[in-house]
Design a protein around this ligand. Structure first.
Ligand code: SF4
Ligand code: SF4
Length: 169
């Protein structure tokens, strides 16, 4: 097995850097980021993308990769990944200091548009507050909502979870 994950279970820095879209790609549109680095028998992400942007080269146990020239950031792949390993990142076209991350969310209560939430990194540390821009919660997404949160653009590669400030319903 390739050593893409460090001893603490988090993806290693090189794997993360390689999976993140480059500046030119992000200037065109939002892009999906796949943080799936372990060789597991799984592939719903491949069929989830209507643009054929996701592929797995070495059979079902391979590691998925994405062609960012094909991805338009639609986020259809986000809720279809059982590993909750796909995110979409994008830049605010009017304000380069701001961006957004769309992430899979399976907790209750589900945040609502305009809520202010804590934004967490991969280790669960709070790195910012963010405003919820959009929540996609429908029959099609089943019990996985796709939540889009505004974050400073320098946190697009770090913001991976949110914690709502709403009380449990
Ligand atoms: S965000 Fe949309 S276009 Fe991009 S990989 Fe996912 S499904 Fe495909
Ligand atoms: S669906 Fe998710 S967990 Fe499965 S291979 Fe694709 S990215 Fe990895």
């Amino acid at each position: 097995m390739k050593n893409n994950v460090s001893n603490d279970g988090l993806p290693c820095r090189d794997s993360l850097a390689n999976s993140f879209p480059d500046k030119n790609a992000l200037a065109v549109s939002a892009k999906a980021v796949i943080e799936c680095f372990q060789e597991i028998p799984c592939n719903p992400c491949v069929g989830a993308c209507p643009r054929g942007a996701i592929s797995i080269a070495e059979g079902i146990n391979g590691i998925p990769s994405i062609d960012h020239t094909l991805c338009n950031g639609c986020s259809l792949c986000v809720y279809q990944c059982p590993g909750l390993a796909i995110f979409v990142v994008g830049l605010d076209r009017k304000d380069p200091a701001k961006g957004f991350v769309s992430l899979p969310y399976e907790f209750l209560p589900v945040p609502e548009k305009d809520d202010i939430v804590d934004v967490l990194d991969r280790e669960g540390k709070v790195i910012s507050e963010g405003k919820i821009l959009k929540v996609n919660k429908s029959k099609a997404t089943d019990r996985t909502s796709v939540v889009t949160v505004e974050v400073p653009s320098n946190l697009l590669d770090k913001a991976r979870f949110i914690k709502t400030k709403r009380g449990s319903k």
